[in-house]
Design a protein around this ligand. Structure first.
Ligand code: HEM
Length: 446
């Protein structure tokens, strides 16, 4: 062990590197890796030491082997205001128990059952699209994934989901981002206009969720096969105890929030990349035509859409919707050659790691073929980690991969999406990695 500090920029006396970080976090983090290497130390304030870790083996130490020495970062803890103590925000034993309870709802076989909902919702959503029209695809993908999660979770149809949940959810997300971005987080009980808006939106969403839970409880017979039904029946195998209403509310809110914006962004980036790479788009269309023929898309087609799966991996590599994972050191711990102290922060950025030229030739180019020949097996585990890893790995990873592939194929069978101009789209790192200014595309029948 060494007591040396990792290399890194000196920064300003009080604010450290806050200015550069705020102007362009992705550029700043990438610059840190290229200038200082695998383990970088910097500050975003007078006392807050932050380490950016870029080497797969070291990332594994934080996420897997030594995960017990860390808790989630303060940013995620801010989300507790909205999410309560659900899977994303809970810690330690509470998290372990909940994860054990919920995991069976997300196994591969169960998720296959949601495939039909994914396809039906997409078909219905695009049925109103008109040949030649210009659409804001980033908004469409947000509406669509909200529709899909409403359907798979509550058996709500597209219209009902958008009306009942879409509005308050949108406000909650917008206000949460504002709250996470503000340096001084005023307690929610202070009646500032922002706080009031957020509180009202949370209340509206709570009312909806509790109403759904109560209605479901009063039904004589549960004939549903949606996520809500599975979660309501889930019992801890050891103690045979299910979830309380509050816990159920927290988990529903978490899955809703964690599950739709991320996938919407993955889809938006993928349509953007496809349109900019006609050779890839051509192979994508050929695969759809070969696998589907003139048949309508079905969940079983998922496994055969292998090139489309590679397109999704490559899109998640270049524009990972979760572009950074943060952890706070809870007990002093050694990572690699360095000793980290309680209270310090660790960042691991998928955006930075996925563009590491050691593991990905031409790291900034979109080449889905790189995933075709078993790349995933030959890479060190944490060279590519769009869904995180260890005990906190994304519970919705199979769900979202299937959703992304099925939505792409469902739209791709009928339409080609064409960029409205040649301008490059820049990533905007909020809670997730969104395209700055949204994405507008023309819809053309194939
Ligand atoms: C492309 C889409 C998605 C991406 C990139 C993504 C990414 C991630 C990442 C990186 C984490 C780990 C965060 C950390 O360790 O701090 C995570 C956790 C989580 N994700 Fe996802 N996710 C996606 C889709 C989904 C979907 C569709 C759902 C639910 C249906 C979901 C539910 C969750 C939950 C509940 C957690 C917390 C798990 C835990 O801590 O036990 N995600 N996700």
């Amino acid at each position: 062990m060494t007591n040396n500090s990792p290399p890194g920029p000196k920064g300003k006396l009080v604010t450290g590197n806050l200015d550069e970080f705020q102007v362009d976090p992705l550029k700043f983090l990438r610059h840190l890796r290229s200038k200082y290497g695998d383990f970088v130390k910097f500050r975003l304030g007078p006392f807050q030491n932050i380490y950016l870790i870029n080497e797969p083996e070291l990332i594994k130490e934080v996420l897997v082997t030594k995960h017990k020495s860390f808790v989630k970062s303060k940013d995620i803890q801010t989300l507790k205001t909205v999410l309560g103590d659900g899977l994303l925000t809970s810690e330690k034993d509470k998290h372990k128990t909940q994860r054990r309870l919920i995991q069976p709802s997300f196994t591969r076989s169960r998720i296959m059952g949601y495939g039909k909902d994914m396809i039906d919702t997409t078909s219905l959503y695009i049925s109103s699209w008109k040949n030649g029209e210009l659409r804001t695809i980033s908004e469409d993908m947000m509406n669509l994934t909200l529709g899909i999660i409403s359907k798979t979770m509550f058996s709500m149809d597209l219209k009902e989901g958008a009306q009942v949940i879409g509005g308050p959810m949108d406000t909650v997300m917008k206000q949460s981002i504002k709250r996470m971005r503000s340096l001084i987080k005023l307690p929610l009980w202070l009646p500032t206009p922002q706080n009031r808006k957020l509180k009202h939106a949370i209340q509206a969403l709570d009312d909806v969720l509790y109403e759904i839970i109560n209605k479901r409880k009063q039904e004589q017979e549960d004939t549903y096969e949606d996520l809500l039904s599975v979660l309501m029946k889930a019992k801890d195998s050891g103690e045979n105890i299910g979830m309380s209403d509050i816990q159920l509310r927290d988990e529903l809110m978490t899955i809703f929030l964690a599950g739709h914006e991320t996938t919407a962004n993955a889809l938006t980036w993928t349509f953007y990349l496809l349109s900019r790479h006609p050779n890839v788009e051509k192979k994508f269309n050929q695969e759809i035509d070969t696998v589907l023929g003139s048949n309508p898309l079905a969940p079983e087609h998922y496994k055969d859409l292998t090139y489309t799966q590679c397109i999704v991996w490559e899109s998640l590599r270049l524009y990972p919707p979760a572009y950074v994972i943060g952890r706070q050191v809870e007990t002093d711990v050694q990572i690699g050659n360095y000793q980290l102290r309680k209270g310090e922060m660790v960042l691991m950025s998928q955006y930075v790691a996925h563009r590491n030229e050691t593991y990905f030739a031409e790291p900034d180019s979109f080449i889905p073929e790189r995933f075709e020949d078993g790349l995933m097996k030959s890479l060190p585990t944490y060279a590519f980690f769009p869904f995180g890893g260890g005990p906190r790995v994304c519970i919705g990873n199979h769900f979202s991969l299937m959703e992304t592939v099925l939505v792409l194929a469902c739209i791709g069978q009928k339409y080609q999406l064409i960029l409205s101009d040649d301008a490059l789209l820049h990533p905007l790192p909020l809670i997730t990695l969104r395209p700055k200014g949204g994405l507008k595309m023309f819809v053309k029948e194939r």
